[in-house]
Design a protein around this ligand. Structure first.
Ligand SMILES: [Ca+2]
Ligand SMILES: [Ca+2]
Length: 399
């Protein structure tokens, strides 16, 4: 009898372990990011410099038509280089002109020698680093009862709490946005999910919803209020539920905004990695039409070593972070340029996935304050940040 129960216990453990492992295995497979094929191919971003292609792209209207043109250009270049087994990824026709492709490293030289190719960079994976996160309650289904509306300190500091009545939009290039959050005005139809390749760009991480709420949470009776309260936010999902994404997908998101955005729109990018020329070039090209607010990054280092933070231009705002006493955040990157303004980024309360709310810190939180200010209009300076480590104190930008 004793022996029997022991066998039963062992069996139960075996079954239990197996049923626990199964979903873990699926999880890994479902959004695993890989820049390498099993056959040794690697992912590269090929940036083109081709006057004829530029002319052709300028002549066609619409994202799809531009995608088709860029795709046939990519195929022509691959054929010319004698590469028959390249795996074409994203194509870019609205910001930089180019494409991402998996090829054997040995074939790289052939592509580099093509007269239409400006330069090639190996693709990279980046992951969000959030210095401090406090989630208020676990996101539940149905969504939790929202708390009564409060005004977070950052919104007051930048003279927000102005209900936005215009028709321009804020494009959140991030982990998606909680599409049915009762405190957000989300335009899901204008967005895209570059992680899954579908229209719906719901947020399964929380970070994108948090940024959206800082810029534009509604002035109602619940939750929080954003800088440009009630403005339309559009989810452009380029990072998965772990907050990871490839530069090739992030550029695809920038390319989407470059085509679908209009003058007066603002794009927020609270993400980044090491210096990477193609993403800087994509943001610079897209900023001809749309204003960009970029997080300086959370590595306590020179923002010139980070991308897209290091991109510069009249419509590009790189944002460092400060606390509620106007003190420079210990984690924030610095350096002028590229840093243009300092904004609230420590203990910021905002919307979260699943209809929830959370408190987070990071330059990720500072950038969407500026995105809201930019949507409302001109940036005014209200003092400078204290203890700026680069010795050149950043101006605090307010509405
Ligand atoms: Ca609200
Ligand atoms: Ca500075």
């Amino acid at each position: 009898m004793k022996k029997l129960s022991l066998i039963a216990a062992v069996l139960f453990s075996a079954i239990f372990i197996q049923s626990c492992n199964e979903p873990l295995v699926n999880e890994t497979v479902s959004d695993e990011l890989s820049l390498k094929s099993a056959d040794g191919k690697k992912s590269y971003i090929v940036v083109l410099k081709d006057a004829q292609l530029e002319t052709e792209l300028a002549a066609v209207k619409g994202y799809e038509a531009k995608q088709q043109k860029a795709k046939s250009a990519a195929e022509k270049i691959m054929k010319r280089a004698g590469i028959t087994d390249g795996e074409l990824g994203f194509v870019y026709g609205s910001s930089i002109k180019g494409f991402s492709v998996k090829i054997a490293p040995g074939q790289l030289k052939k592509l580099q020698d093509d007269p239409s190719v400006s330069y090639i960079e190996e693709d990279q994976i980046i992951t969000l680093v959030i210095p401090d996160v406090k989630i208020k309650g676990k996101p539940t289904k149905p969504a939790p009862t929202p708390p009564a509306q409060t005004t977070p300190w950052g919104i007051s500091r930048v003279h927000g709490v102005a209900t936005y009545s215009g028709s321009n939009k804020i494009w959140i290039i991030d982990t998606g946005i909680d599409l049915d959050h009762p405190d957000l005005n989300v335009d899901a139809a204008s967005g895209w999910n570059f992680v899954a390749g579908t229209q719906l760009a719901d947020d399964d991480h929380g970070h994108g919803s948090h940024c959206a709420g800082i810029a534009a949470a509604e002035n109602n009776t619940i939750g929080v209020i954003g800088v440009a309260a009630g403005a339309t936010v559009v989810p452009v999902k380029v990072l998965n539920r772990r907050g990871s994404g490839t530069y090739s997908a992030i550029i695809a998101g920038v390319d989407w905004v470059a085509d679908h955005g209009v003058t007066g729109d603002v794009a927020n990018m609270s993400l980044g990695g090491g210096f990477y020329q193609p993403i800087n070039d994509a943001v610079i090209a897209a900023s001809a039409k749309v204003k960009f607010s970029l997080a300086a990054g959370n590595e306590s280092t020179d923002a010139n070593t980070k991308s897209p933070a290091s991109a510069n231009g009249v419509n590009i705002y790189t944002i460092s972070a400060m606390d509620s006493a106007d003190k420079f955040a210990y984690f924030s990157n610095f350096g002028n340029p590229p840093v243009d303004y300092c904004e609230p980024g420590v203990s910021i309360y905002s919307t979260y996935k699943g209809g929830g709310y959370a408190t987070m810190s990071g330059t990720s939180m500072a950038a969407p304050h500026m995105a809201g200010i930019l949507l409302l209009g001109a940036v005014t300076k209200d003092g400078t940040v204290l203890n700026d480590p680069d010795g050149d104190p950043d101006s605090i930008g307010v509405h």
